[in-house]
Design a protein around this ligand. Structure first.
Ligand SMILES: NC(=O)c1ccc[n+]([C@@H]2O[C@H](COP(=O)([O-])OP(=O)(O)OC[C@H]3O[C@@H](n4cnc5c(N)ncnc54)[C@H](O)[C@@H]3O)[C@@H](O)[C@H]2O)c1
Length: 263
């Protein structure tokens, strides 16, 4: 594998016969890539979710067409709304005959110096990114505990949960919270056979990010990477799938970076 020009890695049956639920999976970002990867790794059925209806419908159709799997379902969910979260998990439980793997991918960011930030901007980022992950994790844990045959939850954090970047205090605080939530919830979930881990990407480049991130900042962030590039979204998805699979059976409460950053 050439690390500067990586080639796509094919499936190895890591999620054979598992069922998977992924939030914020419409479009061309990490969530959709994780969905594709899960199917390639042999999952028997998948529910993808997002807040954006048009993109979600298109993504369900695309996933079916590209992978040939029929058992693909879409459901709108705003992770900031508790009723949406419950409806999503209940829908997935019903369609898939139980959810084996939940990937909490939803997260939201803006860029603002703290001294210029109003409460509502801070609250919105925290509510989607941290509280949304909490809501999904909490309800999924209740359902998995009641079902009694284990399960796996994978959260999407960010290296900003550990590192500093200007204009990112709200997002970084939320992602540090996701890491802490992962550690503490995993301790409780181990009692009923559920593992919870997180991946923390540094930079994963996709078309929507290129649109929203100023080219100068993107170049600066890429320049901080030892590889001189951001990750492909599928390189993040590969770590999610590893965390969701039995290959990580003796791993819970951990956060694994997907990064080539130097410091
Ligand atoms: N791309 C990166 O460089 C990077 C780095 C570190 C962490 N992350 C994290 O990875 C995750 C995915 O990011 P991305 O860059 O691949 O995609 P993205 O942030 O561009 O978009 C993800 C999707 O989230 C959906 N969404 C927004 N608000 C939502 C809500 N309230 N409920 C449900 N869905 C909602 C959007 O409609 C969109 O389809 C996020 O948690 C992000 O914080 C990304």
């Amino acid at each position: 594998m050439d690390i500067h020009n990586p080639t796509y890695v094919g499936g190895h049956g890591l999620l054979k016969d598992r069922s998977v639920l992924i939030t914020a999976a419409a479009g061309a970002g990490i969530g959709f890539s994780a969905a594709t990867r899960a199917v390639e790794e042999g999952c028997r059925g998948i529910v993808i979710s997002d807040i954006h209806e048009g993109r979600l419908d298109a993504s369900v159709a695309k996933l079916k067409e590209e992978t040939g799997l029929e058992n693909v379902f879409g459901k709108i969910c705003n992770v900031a709304v508790e009723e949406d979260v419950r409806a999503l998990v209940d829908f997935a439980e019903d369609k898939l005959g139980g959810v084996d793997v939940l990937i909490n991918n939803a997260g939201l960011g803006t860029s603002k110096h703290l001294i210029d930030m109003e409460d509502d901007e801070w609250m919105k980022v925290i509510d989607v990114t941290l509280n949304g992950t909490m809501r999904m994790t909490r309800y999924m844990m209740r359902v998995m505990k009641a079902r009694g045959n284990g399960g796996v939850i994978v959260n999407n954090a960010s290296v900003l949960g550990w590192r500093a970047q200007k204009e990112q205090s709200h997002y970084a605080a939320a992602k540090a919270g996701v890491m802490a939530l992962t550690r503490c919830a995993a301790l409780e979930a181990a009692e009923f056979g559920v593992r919870i881990n997180a991946v923390s990407p540094s930079l994963a480049v996709h078309p929507m990010l290129k649109k929203s991130c100023p080219a100068e900042l993107l170049a600066e962030l890429e320049g901080k990477e030892a590889y001189g590039r951001g990750a492909e979204v599928w390189e993040v998805a590969n770590i999610m799938v590893f965390l969701a699979s039995d290959y990580s059976s003796y791993l819970t409460g951990e956060t694994i970076s997907c990064s080539s950053q130097r410091g």
